[in-house]
Design a protein around this ligand. Structure first.
Ligand code: AHR
Length: 369
């Protein structure tokens, strides 16, 4: 039977995460099982129905070793099948990353027969705060949040704590206490994505040239970490590459295009562009085409793994793409399910991402979204 959120309000205060021991691994088997589950499903694209090859795979099922259980969090155990789940999407679904992410959550809820209510904040953070509050008012007993910003969640966290609503955050982090404010974060190693993009750029330029960064939106850990990984790796491994320009394109195609138009004005001989997502990279290609550049004249490296970006590798416009896999449905619901059963859930579940370049784009394009 579902736990009435108002019943849970009076329970013990939430505690802090613990460190996983060998005996506390039951949740991990369940989470790992989700990685193979796609096998008998239809091919995916953006519809959220991942094949085994497309499904998210955990880098390390034990995460950092820190875990969270219902007992530690002071929350009564529950059966996921009886719960109403609220999903809050951050950005507009014009970006295939967002389309695929939402579809994956919806498909998984449907597959499990779990009631799901959803909202989309259209890149407005105040709207997302009120969306999540609204989901709780509509009776959401569990939350899956794709946060727009990492800070500023206090009103939601306080209300979720009062109503004893466990939170799983996906793809970006909420700055708060693991097992106090949220159960787990599921997402990529964004610093590593930046490093891998730097390696691709270094290879494309033969270690020498002037590079621009199209930064993601401000205020979230993804932009900060993709930038950090890229800059550190260039500094360490490619002293002949100089970063001469950086400006945000807000993770949008239009933003990537208009910033690249400015870039071409100020730095007409730019050698490379690192776009922190595919949408901005695709916008950059439009700007470069408009300026009369030929494919490969400016080396472009991006992050995500959308069908359009992988096609641009085949067309010669993009050198390489580091994947960020948005198919969060299976792992997000597994995390809530394990937590509800009283199992220990790692407070950080890091997924591994593939990479596309001219050598594998044709063969691997069916995994793009
Ligand atoms: O948080 C993930 C990032 O957000 C994706 O890489 C990007 O496309 C989206 O805007």
């Amino acid at each position: 039977m579902a736990i009435d959120p108002s019943d849970r309000a009076e329970r013990a205060p939430r505690r802090t995460a613990t460190v996983l021991t060998a005996a506390g691994c039951t949740a991990l088997a369940l989470l790992a099982a989700s990685c193979a589950r796609g096998e008998d499903e239809a091919a995916g694209g953006q519809d959220g129905g991942d094949t085994a090859a497309q499904a998210q795979v955990l880098e390390d099922a034990a995460g950092s070793g820190e875990t969270c259980s219902a007992e530690q969090a002071g929350i009564e155990e529950f059966d996921l099948a009886d719960m109403k789940v609220g999903f809050s999407q951050s950005e507009a679904e014009s970006n295939p990353f967002r389309i695929t992410e939402t579809a994956s959550i919806e498909k998984e809820a449907e597959k499990r027969g779990v009631e799901l209510i959803t909202s989309n904040a259209q890149s407005d953070f105040a709207q997302q705060i009120s969306d999540v509050q609204d989901l709780m008012s509509q009776g959401a007993e569990l939350l899956i949040i794709a946060p727009l910003n990492s800070d500023g969640w206090e009103p939601v966290l306080a209300e979720a704590e009062r109503k004893q609503v466990p939170i799983v955050t996906i793809d970006r982090q909420i700055n708060g206490d693991a097992c106090g404010d949220y159960v787990t974060f599921i997402g990529s190693d964004f610093v590593e994505q930046g490093r891998r993009a730097a390696d691709q750029m270094t290879e494309a330029l033969g270690g020498k040239g002037e590079v621009a960064i199209l930064l993601g939106a401000a205020g979230n850990n993804v932009t900060t970490e993709r930038t950090k990984g890229f800059k550190e790796r260039i500094e360490e491994n490619a002293p002949g590459i100089e970063i001469v320009f950086e400006q945000t394109g807000e993770f949008t195609r239009e933003g990537g295009q208009s910033v690249t138009e400015q870039l071409i004005q100020s730095n007409p001989d730019i050698d490379g562009v690192y776009a922190e997502n595919d949408e901005m990279g695709i916008g950059a290609v439009t700007a470069l085409r408009g300026a009369g550049k030929e494919p490969g004249e400016v080396e472009i490296v991006t992050v995500d793994g959308t069908e359009e970006a992988v096609q641009l590798i085949l067309d010669g416009w993009v050198h390489g793409v580091v994947e960020s896999n948005p198919r969060f449905g299976p792992l997000a619901f597994d995390a809530h399910e394990s937590f509800g059963k009283g199992e220990e859930v790692p407070v950080e579940l890091i997924i591994s991402d593939r990479e596309y370049d001219a050598d594998n784009a044709e063969e691997e394009r069916s995994n793009a979204y």
